[in-house]
Design a protein around this ligand. Structure first.
Ligand SMILES: Cc1ncc(COP(=O)(O)O)c(C=O)c1O
Length: 408
């Protein structure tokens, strides 16, 4: 264990001896790049030319009129190349990999967005790529698996444990231990051992930097609140970081699944079911039993279905700087439906968690106030889950006809 990368006692780097040198190399490469002004310039240039940055801040006029309170703005991370904020992190890490001279990247993925983003980055930079994905997620996010394979990545379904994100992370670490010389592990969220929480949130901070400038331009003053969904915590930290020293309330929304009293959720920071522990190389709140065994989690959104949470967010919960709430699966589908109909926006199921909480609070706020919701990704990938949730008969008929066609 190294005495660094702690946030009010959370975080750290609890590593097997064999990985220490690799992490030292990564820490050094990251800080060298961070202190080199040409690196951020190179990063923002590639994000502009390849990933449509800066992403817009869209005024949601119809939703604002519908709720009759605060003026609602949406930060459009869905417009990144590959459809989510994940591109910000992978392109940054890709530039670091080039600097470190490695030739292969591996990654874990839950919703598949981070896997697609990593496979895309690997195709662009010419790296070999392997993606680990829990078998459950492979089945519920098939379109993303299809694209990862087309992009040249090997997708490995993980059949260990509960076959979701945490199991994919374990498998990726196993791979890294045996291939450190050639391989970089592109961790997809602000979790894991130091320097990942700091490094991932550093790359994601581009979201808040832009959003803060954009809202000042639109409104002439800061927003009252900023909302983001919380899986591992990268899009939330990305948008929050720029507002940390401002009088702006920051609200993180976790997966309330079937309800916080059902045990079928993935809420680490606002349920009573999580406790502090060390796993996957870092210390944070985990959904674990009294023996330290990880619990099963549930969320309609694969990208929020994770047992741990960023140590930076855990510290911000303890200090009270960020407020945490949870949205249930049912609330998420309702908020998604309303957003689609009213604004023509299709947020990812993950992002829709942030919309739920904003919709609960906007009516009670003054029309002079504004709020920002971070739309971390687009919902196209969720078509199977959402169509099931809506029980869409035309979609079901289409799938049945396709299945018959394949049988024939
Ligand atoms: C669209 C989208 N939003 C949010 C998340 C959650 O991750 P994080 O909390 O790191 O932003 C994911 C994860 O896959 C995602 O795909």
């Amino acid at each position: 264990m190294k005495e660094r990368g702690y946030y009010a006692g959370f975080g750290g780097a609890y590593l097997p001896e064999v990985l220490v040198a690799t992490f030292d190399e990564l820490v050094e490469a990251f800080y060298r790049a961070k202190n080199d002004p040409s690196f951020w310039k190179e990063y923002t240039e590639i994000m502009a030319s390849y990933s449509c940055r800066p992403t817009p801040l869209t005024f949601a006029g119809n939703l604002t009129a519908h709720f009759g309170g605060a003026r609602i703005y949406v930060k459009r991370e869905d417009l990144n190349h590959t459809g989510a904020h994940k591109a910000n992190n992978v392109m940054g890490q890709g530039l670091l990999v080039k600097r470190m001279g490695k030739t292969r990247v591996i990654a874990e993925t839950g919703a598949g967005q981070h896997g697609v983003a990593t496979a895309t980055m690997a195709a662009k930079f010419g790296f070999r790529c392997t993606i680990y994905m829990g078998e459950v997620d492979v089945n519920r996010q098939r379109p993303n698996v299809f694209w990862m394979e087309r992009l040249g990545a090997e997708v490995v379904p993980v059949r260990e444990g509960t076959r979701i994100l945490k199991d994919a992370i374990n498998e990726a670490f196993r791979d890294w231990v045996t291939n450190m010389d050639t391989t970089h592990y592109v961790l997809g969220t602000a979790c894991g051992p130091h320097p990942f929480p700091e490094m991932v949130s550093y790359f994601q901070s581009i979201i808040g930097k832009e959003a803060r400038e954009q809202i000042l331009e639109c409104e002439g003053r800061l927003p009252k609140r900023v909302y983001a969904c919380v899986g591992g915590g990268s899009n939330a930290l990305g948008v929050f970081r720029a507002f940390m020293d401002d009088p702006v309330e920051l609200v993180g929304v976790e997966a309330g699944g079937k309800g916080l009293d059902t045990q079928e959720h993935a809420s680490r920071l606002c349920s009573k079911d999580a406790s502090i522990g060390v796993a996957q190389g870092y210390k944070t709140y985990f959904l674990q039993n009294s023996d330290g065994q990880m619990k099963e989690t549930h969320s309609v959104a694969a990208g929020l279905d994770y047992v741990g949470v960023s140590p930076i967010l855990a510290s911000l919960k303890e200090s009270g700087r960020v407020r945490f709430e949870a949205a249930t699966d049912r609330e998420v589908v309702e908020a998604l439906s309303l957003t689609i109909r009213k604004e023509g926006l299709i947020p990812a199921l993950e992002s829709a968690h942030a919309f739920v909480q904003a919709f609960k609070e906007a009516p009670g706020m003054s029309p002079d106030d504004s709020i920002i919701i971070n739309q971390s990704g687009r919902g196209d990938k969720d078509i199977f889950t959402v169509a099931d949730a809506f029980g869409d008969p035309k979609w079901q008929a289409f799938i049945k006809a396709k299945a018959e066609e394949y049988h024939a």
